[in-house]
Structure formats: C-alpha cells, structure tokens
Design a protein around this ligand. Sequence first.
Ligand code: PLP
Length: 361
Amino acid sequence: MIKFLDLAAVNACYRPMIDESIKRVLDSGWYLLGVECEAFEREFAAYCGVKHCIGVANGLDALNLIINAYGFSRGDEVIVPANTYIASILAISQNGCIPVLVEPDIQTYNINPDLIESRITSRTKAIMVVHLYGQAVKMEKIWELARKYGLKVIEDAAQAHGACYQGKRTGNLGDAAGFSFYPGKNLGCLGDGGAVTTNDDALADKLRALRNYGSHKKYCNLYKGVNSRLDEIQAALLRVKLEGLDRDNERRRAIARLYREHIRHPRIVLPELLSEESHVWHLFVVCCSERDRLQQYLIEHNIQTLIHYPTPPHQQPAYKEWNHLSLPVTEKIHREVLSLPISPVLTDLEVGTIVRVLAHF
Ligand SMILES: *Cc1c(COP(=O)(O)O)cnc(C)c1O
C-alpha cells in the first residue's frame, strides 16, 4: 500500500535530533514559554523574513488571536475565500465578525482577486488570503485593494510554510499571518502547535499577552486573554524540523515535477503553478469529473488518496445560514478534487507506480 502520508517515516528522518531535543526540555524542568519557544520564535521569524513570531497552541488560535488583537467589532466583515479549510472561517466568526465568502480562481484554487473589490463595504476590515494546498496567493491586486480601502491583509499560511511570492516568504506577505504546525503540515510537530508572524511591533506585543491570559506580567491582566501557548517540547522539535524544511520542500517540488511531467490523462486536470518558488506542495491536488471513481480505482491498486475537502464551508451544518448560497466554482472544486500522495519520504519508485496506474484509468 502506498500511504497518502507516512508521518512516522517523515519524523524518523529527524529521530536522533528529536530525541535529543525532547530530552533537553525534560531535563530542563521548564515546559512553557521558556528558551525553546523563544529560540524557535526567533528562528522562524528569521526564516519568514519578519520581525516577530509569536508561538501559540494551534493554527486556528493563531488566526483567531490576530483578529482578536486587531479589535474588530461585532458585525465587521472579513473577506475570505469560499473554498478553504473551515478554520479560516471559524476564526472570523468566533470573533463576532462576518466572513464574506469570495469564489476562488479555478486554476490556482486560491481566492480570485478580481472578485474582491465588489464585496468591499463600509464594514470591511480585512482580507484573509489562504495559500491553499501550499501555493502562495498572487498578492499584487490584494495589496492594491488593501491600500485603497485601508484594510488589513491577514494570511492563513497553515499550508504554505516556505512558499514565496516575489521573493518574499509567506508570513511576510500581509500585515499578520497564522501558521499551523499540525503534524501533517509541511512543518509539523508531534501534537498541536501554531504561530503568528508579523512586522507590526504593537500587534506582536499584544499577541504575546493575549496568548497568556492577557498578561505580560504574572497576575497583571491587561486584556481578556486566552491560554494558547506553544509548549517547550513542540518548540524544541520544531527547531530541529525547521532546519530541514527547505530540503523537505525541495523534495516535494521534485515529486510535483515528476507528477506534472508524467501524468498525461485527458480526464485528469493537473494543478497550475505560478512559479517554482510559489509552491511548496503541501498537497498535490488534481481535478477529475469522475473523482469518486478515480479514488476507488486507486485504492483498488493500493494507492491511498484523500479529498481536501469533500464539503465546502457554506454547505456545512455549522453554517446553516449559508446553505442556500450558490458558489459554483467552489462547489465544482469540492466535487472534483483529489489529493495524490506527496511527502518528503515518498520515493521515485512510488511516484512511478502512481503515474503508471493513473495512465490506465
Ligand atoms: C490546518 C489548517 C488550519 C488550522 O490549523 P490547526 O493547527 O489544525 O488549528 C487553518 N487553516 C488551514 C488552511 C489549514 O490547513
């Protein structure tokens, strides 16, 4: 069986260094907001090319705390792509704001910049871009709109650690970015973890308090904060894995090149690539009008695939108020996408097998 993602194998590549980092934390006797979290924050900020990184408990909290820190009011609107993982949208509605769903571009799966301006109102406060599947959003138009209307640009970079647009990494393409280090992400820990990156000194300062009960100083609570911290063990092993991130992303790119060169099938649509540097291939997503049959066929040939995602947010029971909406591009994507295996440990031989099996579909 070719697994969709063999996480044990991914982490085995780092095993001796992970063991060492866990032992270091265990022996230190200090498990939260200590030297490892500080060091990781410094290193990840440098990697993204920004001034600040604030470690938090997970990716949803990272996005949630950004919106909380900006202090948007109930009823304020945030523009967000309609085809994203539910977390992007939850972060907006959990703060009492209104997510304004915008259709994606069918080629890149990312928000269609041409559809944003007509959705901007006097209540609009921010545009949240999602670098979906690992490809950085084309930011030019979005920066232009943000300048013109005085909006914040928030990046959901949970799937795109290391992807670049015009030579700048994700995390440095807006006013603030949320990252997730969920185990399956390109930079993943052994549990939950997340971070915010920003160049905004005041925002960073507020976030450092918000993640820790709203306090900079013990028992002095400036804000009604939350408990959302990146623990020392996760931070220590993320430092180890950050060292290998570029190499791991290069391997993903090599696999994507093989897929793109060798999959030639009239009914399988390959993903569009803006540039080599723009994509870190968190997922390799193809489109097929007979998607379910294709997935079944692949599993019969011992190839595991997943669907990201089977139901769009506006059709979820949690968002009943949107169930009547018609978003044809989003719906088509959700009906047709299939994610092929891709990871730093997938071998050329396995890629070859997948390509060969696909040719006979
Ligand atoms: C994984 C993910 C998140 C949420 O991250 P968690 O760490 O699981 O909370 C948010 N947005 C996108 C696009 C994601 O893929």
